[in-house]
Design a binder for this molecule. Structure first.
Ligand SMILES: NC(=O)c1ccc[n+]([C@@H]2O[C@H](COP(=O)([O-])OP(=O)(O)OC[C@H]3O[C@@H](n4cnc5c(N)ncnc54)[C@H](O)[C@@H]3O)[C@@H](O)[C@H]2O)c1
Length: 356
């Protein structure tokens, strides 16, 4: 699907373009590749709100020295299966990628492993890191805290983040379970996207600055987001702040910097990354058989009116990814223009479809 308003890029073209831009802000080649792949994986999976359109924001913070371009990441083993990582304010994508790799390696020895990260930054789509764990045959929970977006339940002032709850389990021979969800009705990126596209939003997503439900995305961005399930979503968001902030030594209680508003200091994000091998309590073969049993039982559930198929969490995104890997990723030209302008200024190679 290519028309005047959109352009299709192959994943490898988009990744090379994003990596080139990151390198132009001083990010070393390998790290730029990791961050670019994470951004493009979000685009591949239809999580366009967390893809390369966000690059101008990351480049801006790199150029201002608020994100460290080349952190020297060293894990500190504080117990046989627990490690601490100081992200040195580097790119969250690189920090979380290294952290999940380390956690998977530790879990291969100990069965279970926990990595606590402080001094990180926005890591984008949490599923990026879950996928790495399931590809290694492990279960995982990958949490992050985030800047202020919603009040505690009953409050009016934004305090907690849209910190996603993200958990995964492998399912050999089938699609893995990948649950990756903000504790708010939607991630703030969806409201920013509606604002960019001049679309109204449902009045169940956010309150305006006066605490009233709104359909205006601009008004919503000045107000607060609504949690899923009232106090339950607000409670989940607080749990993310406890595990990722209070526990790890990262910023917490509303102190995580907003990457688009706070330019006086690094963000101070924290991550909590837990990995488990499937043979903790039973054999791997038993786990595989029991997962297959669970998935087929789920799929065989009687369908509600209008539902053609029951999906596993993560399945809608996996289907989009398969289609986009085959057909390319459709980007709105208007969203790529700011990136193309930066690339032209810096002499970064543009994908063929943009250089014409
Ligand atoms: N890094 C950050 O600070 C941050 C903050 C907020 C959100 N995010 C990211 O934003 C992204 C979007 O979050 P979201 O809450 O809007 O996600 P979403 O509402 O699009 O999806 C949430 C979950 O529901 C599942 N799902 C959707 N439809 C389904 C169906 N029909 N059957 C079964 N499962 C289904 C999805 O697979 C997904 O696991 C996530 O990747 C998240 O990590 C990141």
């Amino acid at each position: 699907m290519t028309d005047a308003a959109s352009v299709n890029l192959r994943a490898d073209e988009a990744t090379a373009f994003a990596a080139g831009l990151l390198q132009s802000s001083g990010v070393p080649e390998e790290d730029a590749g990791i961050a670019a792949s994470a951004l493009v994986r979000a685009d591949l999976r239809g999580i366009d709100t967390h893809g390369i359109v966000r690059l101008p924001g990351y480049l801006n913070r790199l150029d201002k020295g608020l994100v460290t371009a080349a952190p020297q990441l060293t894990f500190e083993r504080i117990a046989p299966s627990v490690a601490r990582l100081d992200g040195q304010d580097g790119l969250g994508f690189v920090i979380a990628s290294r952290a999940i790799d380390e956690a998977v390696a530790m879990a291969q020895d100990a069965g279970i492993a926990l990595v606590g990260v402080r001094n990180s930054t926005h890591f984008g789509m949490a599923a990026t890191y879950l996928l790495k764990a399931v590809e290694a045959g492990c279960l995982a929970m990958v949490f992050t805290n985030a800047s202020r977006a919603l009040p505690p339940w009953g409050g009016t002032e934004e305090l907690f983040g849209t910190s996603p709850f993200a958990a995964a389990a492998p399912n050999e021979g089938g699609l893995p379970f990948i649950l990756d969800m903000a504790p708010t009705v939607v991630a703030r990126g969806k409201i920013r996207k509606a604002a960019r596209e001049g679309r109204a939003i449902p009045d169940t997503w956010a309150l305006d600055g006066e605490g009233r439900p709104t359909t205006d995305p601009e008004a919503a961005l000045k107000g607060t987001l609504l949690p899923i399930g009232g106090p339950k979503g607000a409670g989940l968001s607080m749990l993310m702040d406890i595990l990722c902030g209070v526990l790890t030594g990262a910023r917490f209680a509303g102190d995580v910097g907003d990457q688009y508003k706070n330019f006086d200091r690094p963000q101070g994000v924290g991550h909590f990354i837990l990995v488990m091998k499937p043979d903790l309590f039973i054999s791997t073969d038993d786990f595989t058989a029991r997962m297959a049993d669970l998935v087929s039982t789920v799929k065989a559930n009687p369908k509600a009116d209008g539902v053609e198929e029951i999906f596993m969490p993560g399945e809608p995104e996996a289907r989009v990814e398969a289609a986009r890997r085959a057909e390319g990723i459709p980007y709105r030209t208007v969203d790529l223009e700011p990136l193309a302008d930066i690339a032209r200024d810096r002499g970064v190679a543009l994908p063929g479809a943009l250089s014409a």
